[in-house]
Design a protein around this ligand. Sequence first.
Ligand code: PEP
Ligand code: MG
Length: 572
Amino acid sequence: MSNMIKGIAASAGIAIAKSFRLEHPDLTVEKQTISDKDAEIKRFEVAVNQSKDELEVIKKRANEELGEDKAAIFSAHLLVLSDPELLNPIKDKISSEGVNAEFALQEVANMFITMFEGMENEYMAERAADIRDVTKRVLAHLLGVTISNPSMISEEVIIIAEDLTPSDTAQLNRNFVKGFTTDIGGRTSHSAIMARSMEIPAVVGTKAVTSTIQNGVMVIVDGLDGDVIIDPSEEVLAQYRQKKDQYEAQKSEWAKLKNEKTVTSDGVHVELAANIGTPEDVKGVLENGGEAIGLYRTEFLYMGRDQLPSEEEQFEAYKTVLEKMEGKPVVVRTLDIGGDKELPYLNLPKELNPFLGFRAIRLCLEEQDIFRTQLRALLRASTFGNLKIMFPMIATLDEFRQAKAILLEEKDKLVANGTAVSDSIEIGIMVEIPSTAVLADQFAKEVDFFSIGTNDLIQYTMAADRMNERVSYLYQPYSPSILRLVSMVIEAAHKEGKWAGMCGEMAGDTIAIPILLGLGLDEFSMSATSILPARTQLKKLSKAEIASNKEKILSMSTTAEVVEFIKSNYMN
Ligand code: PEP
Ligand code: MG
């Protein structure tokens, strides 16, 4: 097949729809001198009116699909576009200085944004954010470029992008976005992880989709084998429709285990949990028979917006998740921003090595207002279900102690104010930095649980960027070096009577599952769609039998040896 591009299978399933190129156009403005000032003012007014028409359409759609709450933001944008206090100074600038509309708009808007942001008042900060958004929209019209806004999509499409930021991904409307494919990224980049929790088929790291696929072309995304097929013939379409049906049939087979516990052939129960990014993902967890939520990546609440979420907004999100899980465990991870997850509105300086930089708990311990707000929201929500809190990127015991002390301080303050807070919240850490894995015996004395974050643990142990396709050969979950670290962490936890889970992608990997079972992992947390296949697999495995080979596996010398052993002994 000539019109096929190979990539990395990032999210299972087959999607067939027209392509939609998601582009972030260049909105750079240059100052120009204008001779016909009246015509320039007219040009500005036309752009404003076009933006208003566009916003009316988006508002209507948002109202229908997302509800009035979410649509309110567009009403605010429309108000900004009718505000003479903003529009008149722009027109005045064009006529008094003879500058182009783009330049006048940007100058005046920036002046208001700086003024509002400096007021340290939440309402004003929101106004600054509105002006920033509206300015982009009007600028795009003036410059004659299109802003392809993922939340504006209103027909079934497959997104074609160089890369999808986590915030782009968070805005995708799953009713319309049937699949996506990108030039860059790997299986553990966050857009791939989110695609799995949103159950959107995806192929990433293709290197070529944006240079090959135009807008509006029929595309097939095969997230099972990592293929993207462009403009398929009727015959190929029929073939993939059949493959899609087969996959659906396989899913129905798995679904039969939805309400069963995960018990191995020798009668051992392990917990199969899900990783989520938003409260909406809980639906998929329940539909896929998740016994718990092993990782709630709260940072997505902070993304795709222009300012920090308020305590109230966070409280509502955490409460919703806890309530929907009806008493099943919910492990919420505190903010893990940094690495590939940026928050532009925090205005953090660019770093040379963002994955090794000022991120996650490091940022939270310094920006304590942000951290404390989140902790308060969590503590207040704790009475609505079975909440466990964990801190990301812990590298030293001191960091854990500081984070825990802050959590307890906030708890005491709430209790002193008469707010109900659960007394049985477990406090754990992600083990995703090698120093912590090596020192797990010491950590185990102080934490309530470990959750091994192999996405990062592997990249830090192998010194191989998880986002970089060129070093992906080093990204080896089954390397004996990784397995020894994982085993040390599990043993350390058990020695202190604590539990050890894993929430990195490795936990749902078919080759890793038998090994992890044999090493004694208690909880496997994965993309919701991996739960039922994992349950099917685990039911056929004997924990005791694999455990009897533990030393043998851990003393192997290469990844290939491990894979060969597992494939020939524990996979059909
Ligand atoms: C991990 O590092 O394994 C993990 C689960 O966290 P994240 O993928 O969000 O970095
Ligand atoms: Mg991590």
